[in-house]
Design a protein around this ligand. Sequence first.
Ligand code: GUN
Ligand code: ZN
Length: 441
Amino acid sequence: MSDLLIRGRVLTFVSEPQGIDDGDSYRFYEDGAVLVRNGKIAGVGSYGDVARQAGQGVRIADHRPHLVMPGLIDTHLHFPQTQAIASYGAQLLEWLNTYIFVEEQKFELSEHAAFIAGRFMDELISNGTTSAVAYCSVHPESVDAFFTAAEERNMLMIGGKVLMDRNAPEALRDTPQRGYDETKRLIASWHGRGRAHYAISPRFAITSTPEQMEMSRALVAEHPDCYVQTHLSENRDEIAFATSLYPQARDYTDIYARYSLLGRKTLLGHCIHLSDGELSVLADTGAVGVFCPTSNLFLGSGLFDRDRFDKLGARHSVATDVGAGTSFSMLETMGEAYKVLHLQGQRLSPLNSFYMMTLGNARALELEHRIGSLHIGADADIVVLDSRAKSAMELRMQVASSLAEELFILQTMGDDRCVAEVYVAGCAMKRRRETVGAHQA
Ligand code: GUN
Ligand code: ZN
């Protein structure tokens, strides 16, 4: 594949912004470029410098005046819930029983799983998301469909079969042994193949017996390089039910701690109603609390207390949580994150939002060497954002005077219409009609 020079207003973070205008936390090139070679980033900087490095004959994709940023990362969503978004009127446990456990039964059929997996990946790409951490259904076929669709698009994706052996319809229940055996087989098939990473996925304490939690412990011990994902402390009724099922545990977090499921590769969806003691356990183990603002508002679950995470030194990331989450768009997700924090008197600066959905989420996944920022040697997963994609945005942009203001407009008013192009490992995936021509140095 020949080299590609992507020209635009290049923005990438190097550290977590420490204030509303922390200029040291990012690099911005008003007339910038990213040089892509063999799916990786070979150069980044001002257009003049990178064009000189590229030399004659390089293909150029000119995206001016759009922003060129690292591909967005979503750290928690459910691919079998793609057609269950916008299911009306219930809180978590009723919503799961009424809608989700019905929908997920459809994934027993490989054809259905393959169809939704393809559409799911395309939807992520349309929204500028190049990597995500997803739950599949209980059926191993759904995991094959998921990673096959990711591989066809060369996307770096993390996922796994949910382990669930109680408190769900018979058709969605595995057994401790079957869940273990299927997970082992799926890890052997997929983990480390191309860009695929496996996540061991006990759904949550309510749907796993102690025997299945023991099997999860064994899987994690045998595969320490795999991720672990589950749900924690999303809703008051859920907490009461989960803790009643594990009476020896001190609290909900302790259920997972007792089965050695908490570590730096563990992603815990929601974490809304945690005590300081529980947050300290997250801080000590390095487990990541995943903030899912559209989902938490949609199900009426509560408000994620980011400042308390920071105060107690617990790690966090941000995610859509489709299908309780109401949008695939990380821009819309950050717009809602701003409001959730604002309601609690907490601030989310636009720089911080864009850090969170790129480098911040990459760090939460310990993948910052590969994704989440534009640095030499990183995978060339890149999103091109048009801050004037909607007429109301164009009007608003007429009076914007800073980069931070533009970013805030993007997250407050933006959606998939703002995603002008997406490159996955250097390949244009959204629209292939960018200006491509020989470079005249
Ligand atoms: N807790 C257990 N399963 C789920 C799920 O599918 N969605 C949400 N939001 N919470 C869960
Ligand atoms: Zn979830």
